[in-house]
Write a protein that binds this ligand. Structure first.
Ligand code: MG
Length: 405
């Protein structure tokens, strides 16, 4: 069998055109290429196909050919690709496309490019069934994929139900449809001479009394028809990479609350009543500072000292949660999504454990992370060093996130 595929990209898609500002549906983009290109790639990957004919609307064929040349320069399909100018009806486009097939071709698959999700497995089922028809049983010269119909279908005339066909005998027919070329050409000439008007090629064979075999279709092989279907073309999410940021901060305790720049202790935005005061230009929230540095680490943006200089009078006694919201705004702008925060407070005094859960909840609220994505630990340094001597407090934070690749 010398098999080619006819890919129809000549329809006007009037139902969709209204929703797309007049762009015919096969020229909508999917993965940065026109919709029809997806079919070119799927069919070109099918080893038993000798070549492809693309049928474009007659009024835009030159433009479409120029774009096709550009696409093929970047991504060679590996089989010959011809083009043809379509006609007013689908069956005219098929007839004109058939005329562009090479003389040696003896079988053809016809596919609507408005069905971009047909798979190689489906194409192979259609081809296998066509091959069977070459056997001694003189089987079908036409093959169509069909899927069971979920809805009850009624035959209606002038607003009245005429009858209800039995559902087990109904299938919704898809493309690609496969045909022996001599049979399909004969059916098309008969349609021409008898003025038959059909919506698919299998119907032409039926009209000529030629049996058409049904193979299993694919539910996902939908035809883009309505504006709602455009959602199926939403670009696949951009690739993202996991990343980790680390933050570390220390604040000295003030001797007493009267010391200049002494701030009542806040940890993770949570006031710690009765705790020592920290010395700071801002509100001295050592934990939020470590968290911000960890987020900035994911962004490659240095540290909070760079963003919020402690010489800026506007930041005197500023609420660190406000600074955090600014850092989170930057993160959003840069496409960073936080996934987890793990923090450790290191202090001899005050005792953190009674506040640990409140701090954790507050961090989840401020960062927008789920509670399960936030952990807070507290430890002492067993009397060693400046925290051990009760001179100050330190905080360490590790933030995990996803960033654009
Ligand atoms: Mg600090």
């Amino acid at each position: 069998m010398r098999l080619w595929a006819l890919l129809l990209a000549a329809g006007q898609g009037s139902r969709l055109a209204a929703a797309t500002g007049g762009v015919a549906k096969q020229f909508l983009t999917l993965d940065n290429a026109p919709l029809y290109w997806r079919s070119v790639e799927t069919f070109a990957a099918c080893a038993r196909l000798r070549g492809l004919v693309l049928v474009f609307p007659p009024e835009t064929v030159a433009e479409a050919e120029a774009e096709l040349t550009r696409l093929m320069a970047a991504r060679q399909p590996g089989v010959p690709v011809r083009t043809a100018s379509g006609g007013p009806r689908r069956q005219d486009s098929v007839r004109l496309g058939l005329a562009a097939l090479p003389p040696e071709c003896d079988a053809v698959l016809i596919h609507d490019t408005a069905r971009p999700f047909a798979t190689p497995a489906l194409i192979n089922r259609v081809i296998d069934a066509l091959n069977d028809s070459d056997g001694s049983d003189g089987g079908a010269a036409g093959v169509v994929p069909g899927v069971p119909v979920a809805d009850t279908i009624k035959v209606v005339r002038e607003g009245q139900v005429e009858h209800t066909p039995e559902r087990q005998h109904l299938v919704a027919v898809q493309t690609p449809q496969g045909f022996r070329l001599d049979v399909l050409r004969a059916a098309h000439s008969r349609a021409e001479s008898e003025g038959l008007d059909v919506t698919d090629d299998a119907s032409l064979l039926e009209a000529c009394g030629v049996p058409v075999r049904v193979v299993e279709g694919e539910a996902a092989n939908r035809k883009l028809t309505t504006p709602e279907d455009l959602a199926m073309l939403a670009p696949s999410p951009a690739p993202r990479l996991p990343c980790t940021g680390y933050g570390y901060d220390v604040h000295r305790y003030a001797d007493d609350a009267a010391t200049p720049k002494a701030r009542p202790l806040r940890l993770g935005g949570e006031p710690i009543p009765g705790g020592p005061c920290t010395l700071a230009h801002s509100d001295g929230d050592v934990l939020l500072h470590a968290v911000m540095d960890a987020i900035l680490g994911c962004l490659g943006e240095g540290d909070i000292g760079k963003l919020f200089p402690d010489t800026d009078p506007a930041l005197d006694n500023v609420n660190s949660a406000v600074l955090l919201s600014e850092v989170l705004r930057l993160a959003r702008e840069r496409g960073l999504t936080l996934t987890h925060l793990d923090a450790t407070l290191v202090a001899q005094k005050p005792r953190i454990s009674p506040h640990r859960e409140a701090i954790r909840r507050n961090l989840a609220r401020l960062t927008g992370l789920p509670l399960a994505g936030v952990n807070v630990k507290a430890t002492t340094e067993e009397g060693l060093g400046f925290t051990g001597a009760g001179l100050g407090i330190k905080a360490v934070a590790v933030v995990s996130a996803l960033r654009p690749a």
